[in-house]
Design a protein around this ligand. Structure first.
Ligand code: FAD
Length: 517
């Protein structure tokens, strides 16, 4: 290596995003453990990150990697694949919704081979992560770093939407992070005293002064060092020089659902034939690295065109309906919100003075990939979520438009006059409705699943998050989710990192009793 002498630490954590900040803070609670956290982006303490209303402006800014998907045949266009490049990662540019997931999501992970990740075993980690003094103590934590609180309770449009959902027969739920994440309610958001809260502000900042924690910003990891089947460290670029950091204990990848598989592939851990074709010497044949990519497709731009002036725009998380298109399924597959603003994709026509309904598909069947386009670490990977490649996904989103129509039909928006586009769409007939769904679908920015956790031979990591075939290397971020949770995934990513810290410290718990919250 050229440049500075190698750094040597017990753990090297790659990526200071949602998961990486949790892990670095938890591991350095033990003063005998040294951690180097390497982050490609910079400081998150800037007005556009901290102001809850400014998150849309962060898309495409220097705090975003600026990735795009390849053209999606299912929608007819490319899509933004926003990913945070700043301390706090995507949690510093996201919409701050804080929902955990349905118990059936985690029970499903365990049934599919992620043993130890069933709901009863992950609930303690959700509780450990938060401080919710008024919450039901069976579900909510006390004294943890995050402060999720209900959002949208004063938003006039959201209040109407919630009332309409109730009238349409959906149960009002007081706490969507309580006993069951199903029904309509006001979701928790990570906003504290009118400022965004992220794992950077809540976990990392309070730990920054610890002598055993080194945080290196504007440092982009280019590949892992794998010698004789063991990951010994990472190579990274900073200040125009190439540097090396080595780990006495382990390297932990927390670079997210795009960054973690990208680094594994660049380092020779992936499908051997694809790597060889790009001139990368395979270290471990791991055919599923980068596979199983999931996102929540978001159907947006279906608007209620009001005739009378709407209340001022409300840009924070608001009333949310989590519903099932299939009553036999335990977890919700539809996530519906209404915002008093004209939110549409750039290819859709604007309609000022609109209420926008956003319908998210929570249990997508389509699966995509993150692959290498080049062996050059500076070239972005090829992101192909294959949105709506499974026709069942189109049908569920169409059912979501039906839910919107039922709510509109209760008359809750009548005071603003006008009409909903859902009414016309549902009259289009099957083919017309399918075209409308495909046209209005983009990304919810919930990418996950590309380093799938499991116990089968194809799994990228085992239930202890160890990368199959490489010693001294784990992945702990949204990429390990075998199946994406049925809601916005930031809280579940925090949980993964909390549990990863215990796995690394050899203190994994069997249940609620033996965990400090
Ligand atoms: C615009 C947007 C809105 C969203 N809204 C919500 C929401 O409201 N609620 C919710 O629950 N979820 C939301 N999400 C999703 C949620 O934020 C992510 O699922 C979560 O942050 C993923 O955490 P992670 O730790 O896996 O990855 P990230 O938080 O993305 O962290 C990965 C980190 O690794 C760094 N990194 C990557 N590669 C390298 C490298 N080679 N070298 C050094 N560093 C590297 C990145 O810069 C980044 O900081 C949203 C996401 C986006 C982008």
């Amino acid at each position: 290596m050229t440049g500075a002498p190698a750094d040597h630490h017990d753990y090297v954590v790659v990526g200071g995003g949602t998961a990486g900040c949790v892990l670095a803070a938890r591991l350095t609670e033990d003063p005998r453990t040294s951690v180097l956290l390497i982050e490609a982006g910079g400081d998150e303490r800037r007005p556009d990150v901290e102001s809850p209303e400014q998150w849309p402006a962060l898309l495409g800014s220097d705090a975003d990697w600026g990735f795009e998907t390849v053209r999606q045949p299912g929608t007819g266009r490319t899509c933004l694949a926003a990913r945070g490049r700043v301390l706090g990662g995507s949690g510093s540019i996201n919409n701050m919704v804080h929902l955990r997931g349905h118990a059936a999501d985690f029970d499903g992970w365990a049934e599919d081979g992620a043993h130890g990740w069933e709901h009863a075993r992950v609930l303690p980690y959700f509780r450990r992560s938060e401080d919710v003094p008024d919450g039901d103590p069976r579900y909510r934590g006390r004294g943890g770093p995050l402060h999720p609180r209900p959002s949208g309770t004063s938003d006039p449009v959201g209040l109407r939407f919630a009332e309409g959902a109730r009238r349409a027969g959906h149960e009002q739920v007081a706490d969507l992070n309580g006993a069951a994440m199903l029904g309509v309610g006001f979701p928790d958001a990570l906003i504290v005293r009118d400022r965004r809260e992220s794992t950077a502000s809540a976990y990392l900042r309070p730990a920054m002064d610890r002598p055993n924690l080194t945080v290196r910003q504007h440092a982009a990891v280019r590949r892992l060092r794998i010698d004789g089947g063991r990951c010994t460290g990472v190579e990274y670029h900073r200040d125009g020089t190439r540097q090396l950091a080595t780990a006495a204990s382990e390297v932990v990848l927390c670079a997210g659902a795009v960054g973690s598989p990208h680094l594994l592939l660049l380092s020779g851990v992936g499908p051997a034939d694809e790597l060889s074709a790009l001139g990368i010497e395979p270290a471990v044949h791991a055919p599923e690295v980068g596979h199983n990519l999931q996102d929540h497709p978001l159907l947006a731009g279906i608007r209620y065109r009001a005739e009378r002036p709407l209340p001022p725009e409300y840009l924070r998380p608001a009333a949310t309906l989590l519903a099932r298109s299939d009553p036999d399924s335990a977890a919700p597959d539809l996530h519906v919100t209404a915002a008093g603003m004209d939110f549409h994709y750039e290819w859709q026509e604007p309609f000022p003075n609109s209420i926008t309904f956003a319908v998210g598909l929570m249990r997508t069947r389509s699966r995509g990939t993150v692959r290498l386009g080049s062996a050059d670490p500076d070239r972005p990977p090829v992101i192909d979520p294959r949105y709506l490649s499974d026709p069942a996904d189109v049908a569920v989103l169409a059912a979501g438009i039906g839910l919107v129509e039922e709510i509109v039909a209760t008359g809750v928006f009548d005071e603003w006059g006008g009409r909903s586009e859902s009414t016309a769409l549902l009259r289009l007939g099957r083919d017309g409705l399918e075209r409308a769904v495909r046209d209005a679908t983009g990304s919810y920015f919930h990418l996950a699943g590309t380093c799938r956790m499991g116990s089968d031979t194809g799994a990228v990591v085992d239930p202890q998050l160890r990368v199959a075939g490489v010693h001294g290397l784990r992945v702990a971020d949204a990429s390990v989710m075998p199946t994406l949770v049925s809601c916005n995934p930031n809280a579940a990513t925090v949980m993964i990192a909390e549990k990863a810290a215990d796995l690394l410290r050899g203190r994994e718990t069997g249940g609620d009793d033996d965990i400090d919250t």
